[in-house]
Design a binder for this molecule. Structure first.
Ligand SMILES: [Cu+2]
Length: 493
């Protein structure tokens, strides 16, 4: 890996003077060169850029209003919690115990819950022998709270702490995780729930169901001189996992969710895996999808759904079929046995869970209708990016439009713009693409992560540039991210 922390504006090369006049002249240079210069110059260079940047496209004196950068709330926190990253032992069941890195000695990390509108303050205490950060996946926080090393903050050194403060909104099902290297795949993740005051679906109880792909050894990057030769393109997609887990439990000692006959149960499914596309189904029950990536949708009843790393679906279970039933999450891009958990009805004799039958009605993005579509994304966009997703480079990197992060041009936008991103997947494997800091409209759904299928699959999303800052846009397969599949989306006004 290149030594990223030495190359960035949050890096260690401080104290280089910036001649603003010279910088404005430099801004005429190709943007990749500018980016490198900027990275070398450090934070001062950014300020200079803000004063003189020019780029093609709609100008600021057009009809795109300028939008002020979001800042963390000044109000005192309504809810505070400490999230301590440290080594710990996890025991998912069977022979899967390992010593790894976790939050608050729990695996997954503790469920953080807040009410919509609360000011929350989460103190990350880093007791790891490495730098770390926390990213609040899906929550449009102020840029400086987004937890992306070298893009939004200096990583937090071992022995140090950092408090993330933001307003918990909008309500939804989210998760939080380390955004440093492959740390998420060690176990540094947990659910984050922002409660609705007035949900559009009724339910009597709820459970959070976190799906994960689990290693018993330290994760290693899959790219490098040998990866293409040894495994081909598929070999660079994901490591062989020791098991697939529900809430940190393997099928040998599964998580069990109790329900009562007649109840409506909200199940919040989070794909917190590092590289696994899952198909999720229940034994004995259809699933009514009520939220996609935390955003409310018109309820749609299906036999199951597929989702990629970083996606979330909330579903309502109508408990009308007493028994013991299986929740099954089958990997679609791996050969491990499915992740399994059980739903048991109160008062029913324990028995082995009955699995789902063949499904012929799986959710597709076209089934999703957001209750509150994004405003500002109808009509023609102010700016369109056509991006190919492909493998490439001599060492098996993963590219967005031919470039591997961090040696990649930022995608430059202006505040207030309606931006369209069209992606074509020139590889055989799916890519769950995630945009930080914004929701986007994909078809009639509002999401923050969308899977672009393999073999020339295409997806298009639209968003409004309403949260100024530098934001990461990347594949949420960590091994692809680590191999370059990311770009910075940069506001230049
Ligand atoms: Cu990918």
């Amino acid at each position: 890996m290149p030594p990223r922390s030495d190359e960035t504006r949050f890096g260690r090369r401080r104290g280089i003077g910036v001649d603003t006049q010279a910088w404005c002249t430099m801004s005429e240079q190709p943007s990749r060169t500018r980016r490198r210069l900027l990275q070398t110059l450090g934070a001062a260079g950014l300020g200079a850029l803000a004063g003189c940047a020019s780029l093609d496209g709609p100008s600021q004196d057009g009809d795109t209003p300028s939008i002020t950068s979001k800042t963390p709330p000044a109000d005192p926190a309504d809810y505070e919690a400490t999230v301590r990253a440290a080594s710990g032992t996890v025991q998912p069941g069977g022979d899967l115990a390992s010593e790894t890195w976790v939050y608050n000695d729990q695996f997954p990390g503790p469920e953080l819950r807040a009410k919509a509108g609360d000011v929350v303050a989460f103190e990350l205490q880093n007791e790891l022998p490495a730098e770390t950060t926390i990213h609040w996946h899906g929550v449009p926080v102020a840029n400086e709270m987004d937890g992306v090393p070298q893009v939004t903050q200096q990583p937090v050194a071992g022995g140090e702490s950092f408090t993330y403060k933001f307003r918990a909104e909008p309500p939804g099902t989210y998760f939080y995780h380390s955004h440093v290297g492959l740390q998420l795949d060690r176990g540094l993740f947990g659910p984050l729930i922002i409660e609705e005051s007035d949900p559009h679906v009724e339910y009597d109880r709820e459970y959070t169901i976190v799906l994960d792909d689990y290693l018993t050894r330290e994760p290693q990057p899959l790219f490098g001189e040998d990866s293409f030769g040894s495994g081909g393109m598929m070999g660079t997609q994901r490591p062989p996992y020791a098991g697939l887990l529900v809430n940190g439990r393997s099928a040998a000692d599964p998580a069990v969710f109790d329900v009562r006959e007649g109840e409506r149960v909200r199940l919040r499914f989070i794909n917190a895996s590092s590289a696994t596309l899952f198909q999720v189904q229940l034994g004995g029950h259809p699933m009514t999808v009520s939220h996609a990536d935390g955003r409310p949708v018109d309820p749609v009843t299906v036999d199951g759904f597929q989702f990629g790393s970083g996606e979330r679906y909330d579903t309502i279970l109508e408990a009308t079929n007493p028994g013991t039933w299986e929740i099954r999450a089958t990997p679609l891009n791996g050969s491990e046995p499915p992740a399994r958990a059980a739903i048991t009805y109160d008062g029913v004799e324990p028995s082995s869970p009955v699995g789902p039958s063949q499904s012929n009605n799986l959710l597709s993005y076209g089934d999703l209708r957001a209750r509150s579509p994004l405003s500002g994304v109808s009509g023609n966009p102010d700016r369109t990016f056509d991006l190919s997703l492909s493998p490439g480079g001599p060492s098996g990197q993963w590219l967005i439009d031919g470039q591997a992060y961090p040696e990649a041009d930022p995608l430059q936008i202006r505040s207030g713009e309606h931006v369209r991103v069209r992606m074509t997947n020139q590889s055989p494997v799916p890519h769950p693409m995630h945009l930080h800091g914004h929701f986007f409209q994909v078809g009639d759904a509002v999401k923050d992560t969308v899977v672009v299928p393999g073999h020339m699959g295409q997806e298009t999303f639209d968003f409004v540039a309403d949260n100024p800052g530098d934001w990461l846009f990347h594949c949420h397969n960590l091994y692809h991210l680590e191999a370059g599949m990311a770009r910075v989306i940069e506001y230049v006004d």
